[in-house]
Design a protein around this ligand. Structure first.
Ligand code: NAD
Ligand code: ZN
Ligand code: ZN
Length: 346
């Protein structure tokens, strides 16, 4: 079968021919119907050898959708032919955090050699993929796999980040979204669906800001050195109750801290290869502002998101690519010229 692999440190992803996998005990084989491309892949492929821990060659793709085609011995609870999306941050399944569905925070996964598909285990950028357990599959019924696969990360990560702050998003509140790409354009929609907050979106080009407006941002602001002042002007001098930074570079973290109101949440989702940090402490941050770095989301949250998708809540913007063009999609991602999520259809 064909797959997209990262094979050499610093190299570009390659389309290669590899053996079709067979599901082992308890596992499920999917015929992949769609696989999303995430900016985190770019982070991973820019790590120097001494920080790279994902194994080589690595079949990429941690956003996967597929059709169940084969069950390994003893695998139960899902039927051949079912259309599903894959919950990616696999955990041990038995610890206290996994018992709550928070496998993204399983403290035992690494020591047990359990890694997400595309981030250690073979990923979804292939014609077929093996999923470790039926519990990692969420049926999607007649939803379009291309429009649904981004929910597994580009949707799930902001959904989790927003849900934990919903109590602060009362009427009259504001939420700032920095970076309106794959994750950010879904964050805007999740905010609009779940809260009465005024949503202000920041990005670096008019095209990106146009997408933000199209998916429901109340206001848009260019992300430059004057951004924080411009956001505060829009808010009558006040700050926002939730700031989501989907870039995570020093300039955006500084903007995030500068627009945070008292008792707000500053949630840094973006990951960069250059060190960046929030300045915290007296005179550096708003009183009782909490700074946090969430990772992905829980199994139950993905089920909730798929329910929202069935209600027609999301307008997921995608650009689709054939597998042969996946390397070009990664180039577009790195260049910042994609609109919404890049999705590969094998
Ligand atoms: P993306 O490339 O689709 O979107 C990033 C957006 O940020 C683009 O629209 C880009 O124009 C914009 N941007 C770049 N520089 C900016 C600046 N200075 N100010 C404002 N906007 C700017 O990326 P994505 O796939 O949506 O991922 C976003 C980030 O989230 C990445 O860093 C990724 O690694 C990270 N991520 C984290 C988690 C997690 O669990 N914490 C999960 C998924 C992705
Ligand atoms: Zn990701
Ligand atoms: Zn666990």
């Amino acid at each position: 079968m064909r797959a997209v692999q990262y094979r050499t440190i610093g190299g570009a992803p390659e389309v290669v021919e590899i053996e079709r996998p067979t599901p082992g005990p308890g596992q499920v084989l999917l015929e992949v119907t769609a696989a999303g491309i995430c900016h985190s892949d770019d982070f991973v492929m820019n790590l120097p050898a001494e920080q790279y821990t994902y194994g080589l060659p690595l079949t990429l793709g941690h956003e996967g959708a597929g059709r169940v085609v084969e069950l390994g011995p003893g695998a139960e609870g899902v039927e051949v032919g079912t259309n599903v999306v894959v919950y990616g941050p696999w955990g041990c399944g038995v610890c206290h955090l996994c018992a709550q569905g928070k496998e993204n925070y399983c403290p035992r996964a690494a020591e047990l050699g359990i890694y997400p598909p595309g981030l250690g285990a073979p990923g979804a950028l292939a014609e077929f993929m093996v999923v470790d357990s039926p519990r990692h599959l969420v049926p999607i019924g007649d939803l379009d796999p291309v429009k649904t696969v981004p929910l597994t990360d580009a949707g799930l990560t902001p959904y989790h980040a927003i849900k934990r702050s919903l109590g602060k998003l009362r009427a009259g509140s504001a939420a700032v979204v920095i970076g309106t790409g794959g994750l950010g354009h879904l964050a805007i929609q999740i905010l609009r669906a779940l809260s009465p907050a005024r949503v202000i979106a920041l990005d670096v080009t008019d095209d990106k800001l146009a997408l933000a407006t199209a998916v429901g941002a109340h206001d848009v602001v260019l992300s430059d050195a004057g951004a924080a002042a411009n956001v505060r002007r829009l808010l009558g001098g006040r700050g926002a109750q939730l700031v989501l930074d989907f870039v995570g570079a020093q300039p955006t973290i500084d903007t995030a801290m500068a627009v945070a109101d008292v008792e707000s949440d500053v949630t840094i989702v973006g990951i960069t290869n250059t060190p960046a940090a929030a300045q915290v402490g007296f005179f550096r941050q708003a009183y009782e502002a909490s700074v946090t770095v969430p990772y992905w989301g829980s199994r139950s949250e993905l089920i909730e998101l798929v329910d929202l998708a069935h209600q027609g809540v999301f307008d997921v913007h995608t650009e689709t690519f054939a597998m042969a063009d996946a390397p070009a999609a990664y180039e577009r991602l790195a260049a910042g010229t994609l609109t919404g999520r890049a999705v590969v259809v094998p």
